[in-house]
Unconditional design. Structure first.
Lengths: 231, 648
């Protein structure tokens, strides 16, 4: 990453967009303290993630993309384990786990181990682990990928309410329409640099976010070749 | 645009398929990186075995039926080797995988025929053919006609052996497409690995029976199996019993056709496997909270212990590891102890199993893959995570090993062994739990993420990682064994001087060593996990080249410096030779002499064939030669990167 400085205002819904391999996942991983940057720092509500990791990690809930989980636990057991690890009392954990599993429609898979979950279910249970300890900032890497439309709508509602109540959300996605619909702030990453950042209106200007994105990333849509395929 | 597409390409003929597949296989063999060294080493060892097999054909027996038994047994050995080989060296080979052709419109039978053709394009069939030349060589003792029968018999045996191996591999792959099947396949693999390491004891028992000719049932069994049909045909040709010759040869041909058909039927099932992940299956995990869990403290450490104990109960990889340790230890120690009447071997079965199972603790964080992120995101739980893993390990492994050791020591009636086992076992168990977490944190080996594995022994296709993992596992095994040395020394002194108080001191020191290493290893590991957790996360996520990899603005990292093929092959061969010289040819004969094992037990321990007073000296010589070979192997690996460095 090269001098990336996306400032996420408090109480905002921030969308990070960029082409495949641009560095969205790396940026988010560094921001929450999963990866150590070569230089520079990351702050959550003014707390340096590397200087005071304990305080920073209490404030943040993370949904990473494509990482493993303790695979031999059921969804409920995973939440129970995590709650106990975070020092929450058993009754609270049990109550919250029940609600999270219900809202995210995972109660039908009560007996299923995480190892046997589908991609969408894995996203949902990971989102549940991010919400369990009532964080003030959510950092979500591609939260809607592989999620069915009904669950996606539920998650959108959860996230909107969270922001309305004063929480902040940072999410990455390569679906422009989704970011346009949900976020009030946007950052565009290309080649490890921040090509644009600001409110949605500032970044997209007059056109759509997709037009702005193609312009910023400097991509060219190929229209030639493969003549034999349509002959 | 007319909207009319050109007609699709026609279906390929068997000839096209075969030549394409043979070409593809050759290209793969040419392009194969790192792993090729291992493959070349296997070929060298295989060629050695093939020549040894061939030379067995020179042995003349008074009774012709004995040479038929011998050839049948040898060919059975090669058949078993062909079946076990692909299971043992998955990922290192250069074979074609049927699932690559899942979307190509080729009928399964044609694909099977093509793949069979490609199978013969490799080196392994050529090496096997050298071995199977034992058939004509043996037939030469009988006359010209038996030789003429032996040549087609050897070729048919080769085709049959290759097909059996392919059908078993395809059957296994088909089974492995469900999680339950993966567990079954894992069990099979555990048995194969155990047989590969400890099968010598069973082979020796069989070999002795065969040499003595005391068991007619064994001879019959060897002839009834298809691997013996070639030998049967040769023997029948010697008796001019032509119907039997014809039956044996036709039998082999028919069996091959049937196997090809079976393979063609299995191929579509194999190919249906998608991307490695097992299909979702409803699986009944234990509902509710088991009783033992309520006994755990409601602390972060208690949470980790509960999670780990659940993994032990539900992850077949872990239970298989325990089974594997018991099987290997049993085959190498318990079977010989019972078969050769050496009760002195029994007290060590539990200790050996404890050492082998220690290998499973060498890469705890690497085994969990990127699941580490969860621990990383919860503030201040590093100590709980490390201590919880240590405690769970001991809770599972220690009771089994203690029970095994105590019961077998009592059963063997070897009273002298008590101080030995009581002093060494606690040291080893504590060292494993302490140094295991420490190694896991300081030198994690990146593995395929657990949710992407296709079976309990699937460590990914990267031969370098597989090699690093094995090195790490042996390192922990050696460290755990070394941890027992101080306690064992005291017990040895106690025995030599006849001072029982030294025995008692040995037991105390053993327990103290184990406790100390458990505490110290966990402490350092927890501190390191807290301080360098991000680097650990980098390593398990992206591997050793993480730093350059994750930055898209930098060019992708240059390929790691690979040893040239022959150097890598030489290194692997030297390692194998070194271990063979040190353990079976050096340490085992010395141990036999120390424990006064009957001089008639010689098996394949060369030193035992010498006069008794020279045996230890010869064994020491073997150990020295083995150490030299290993030193040389290490030197080859070390020297290489610096050569590259100075050149650039």
């Amino acid at each position: 990453m090269d001098h990336l400085d996306p400032r996420v205002p408090r109480g905002s819904f921030f969308g990070l967009v960029g082409p495949n391999g641009a560095g969205k996942t790396t940026t988010l991983s560094m921001a929450v303290g999963l990866l150590r940057p070569d230089g520079g720092s990351a702050r959550i509500f003014g707390i340096d993630v590397w200087a005071d990791p304990v305080a920073a990690k209490q404030l943040v809930g993370v949904l990473p993309d494509g990482l493993a989980l303790p695979e031999r636990l059921t969804g409920r057991e995973l939440l129970g384990y995590l709650g106990q690890l975070r020092g929450l009392d058993r009754a609270t954990v049990a109550r919250r786990a029940q609600e999270l599993l219900q809202v995210l429609e995972l109660t039908a898979a009560e007996q299923t181990l995480v190892a046997d979950y589908s991609a969408g279910m894995r996203k949902k249970i990971t989102l549940a682990t991010a919400l369990l300890h009532t964080p003030r900032l959510l950092v979500l890497d591609e939260p809607f990928e592989a999620i069915d439309p009904v669950s996606a709508a539920t998650i959108r509602v959860i996230l909107r309410r969270f922001v309305e109540a004063g929480g902040s959300v940072v999410l990455s996605s390569h679906v422009m329409a989704l970011v346009e619909q949900l976020c009030d702030h946007v950052g565009v990453i290309a080649n490890g640099r921040l090509a644009a950042v600001g409110t949605l209106e500032e970044v997209r200007g007059q056109g759509s976010l997709e037009d702005a994105f193609v312009r910023l990333v400097g991509a060219r849509i190929s229209t030639e070749g493969l003549s034999w395929l349509a002959s | 645009m007319a909207g009319l597409l050109t007609p699709p390409t026609p279906v390929a003929t068997t000839r096209d398929v075969a030549s394409a597949l043979i070409g593809m296989r050759r290209t793969l063999a040419r392009n194969s990186p790192g792993g090729s060294g291992t493959v070349v080493a296997f070929r060298i060892i295989g060629l050695g075995l093939a020549v040894a097999t061939l030379l067995c054909g020179l042995i003349r027996f008074e009774e012709p039926s004995r040479s038929v038994d011998l050839v049948a047994a040898l060919l059975l050995g090669w058949l078993i080797g062909w079946v076990m080989g692909p299971i043992l060296v998955r990922g290192a080979g250069v074979g074609l995988r049927p699932e690559w052709f899942a979307l190509v419109p080729i009928p399964p039978r044609r694909l099977a025929t093509g793949l069979l053709g490609a199978s013969f394009a490799g080196v392994a069939p050529a090496v096997t053919l050298v071995a199977f030349a034992v058939l004509p060589l043996t037939a030469a003792h009988f006359g010209v006609l038996p030789v003429l029968v032996a040549v087609p018999a050897a070729l048919l045996e080769l085709v049959m052996v290759v097909l059996v191996a392919r059908v078993v591999a395809a059957g296994l792959a088909a089974t492995m497409s469900s999680r339950r099947g993966q567990e079954l396949g894992g069990l099979l693999m555990a048995v194969v690995i155990a047989l590969a390491s400890g099968g010598w004891s069973l082979a020796t028992v069989i070999g002795q029976q065969l040499a003595a000719g005391t068991s007619p049932a064994l001879g019959t069994a060897l002839r009834v199996l298809p691997s013996g049909w070639g030998a049967v045909a040769v023997a029948a040709a010697d008796r001019s019993d032509w119907p039997v010759v014809l039956a044996a040869l036709t039998g082999l041909a028919v069996l091959s056709v049937l196997l090809l058909g079976a393979w063609a039927r299995l191929l579509p099932v194999t190919m249906r496997r998608s991307g490695g992940r097992a299909p979702r299956a409803a699986r009944s995990a234990a509902a509710g909270q088991p009783a033992w869990e309520r006994l755990l403290p409601a602390s972060p450490t208690g949470a980790v212990v509960a999670k780990e104990l659940r993994a032990w109960r539900r992850d077949p990889g872990r239970s298989l590891l325990l089974l594997l340790a018991l099987l290997i230890s049993g085959l190498n120690l318990a079977v010989p102890a019972l078969a050769f009447h050496l009760p002195a071997g029994l007290p060590w079965v539990g200790l050996a199993a404890a050492l082998i199972v220690a290998m499973g603790a060498a890469n705890l964080y690497g085994d969990d893959g990127t699941a580490l992120w969860l621990t990383r995101m919860v503030p201040g739980v590093e100590r709980a995570d490390v201590r919880g893993r240590q405690a769970a390990w001991l809770l599972v492994v220690a009771p089994v090993m203690v029970a095994l050791t105590v019961s077998l020591t009592a059963f063997s009636g070897q009273g002298w062994a008590w101080p030995w086992v009581l002093a060494t076992l606690p040291a080893m168990l504590g060292a494993t739990a302490g140094l295991g977490v420490l190694l896991s944190v300081t030198r994690p080996v990146r593995q395929k993420d657990p949710n992407r594995r296709t079976g309990p022994f699937d460590t990914g296709d990267d031969p370098n990682a597989a090699g690093a993992l094995i090195g790490q596992q042996y390192l922990l095994l050696v460290l755990a064994a070394l941890a027992a040395v101080p306690a064992a020394t005291l017990v040895l002194l106690g025995g030599l001087r006849g001072q029982p108080q030294l025995d008692a001191a040995g037991v105390v020191v053993g327990v103290a060593t184990g406790g100390l290493l458990f505490w110290w290893g966990g402490r350092v590991a927890a501190r390191r996990l807290a301080d360098r957790g991000a680097e650990l996360m980098d390593l398990v996520h992206l591997g050793p080249q993480a730093r350059t990899h994750r930055d898209p603005t930098r060019p992708p990292p240059a390929a790691a410096v690979e040893l040239p093929r022959w150097k890598s092959a030489a290194r692997n061969t030297l390692w194998t030779v070194g271990i063979l010289l040190i353990v079976p040819q050096g340490l085992v004969p010395i141990g036999f002499n120390l424990f006064g094992v009957d001089q008639q037990v010689k098996v394949w321990f060369a030193a035992r064939y010498l006069p008794q007073d020279r045996q230890t000296l010869a064994a020491a010589g073997f150990i020295a030669a083995g150490l030299l070979a290993i030193w040389w192997a290490v030197a080859i690996g070390r020297r290489h990167p610096t050569e590259e460095g100075t050149r650039s």
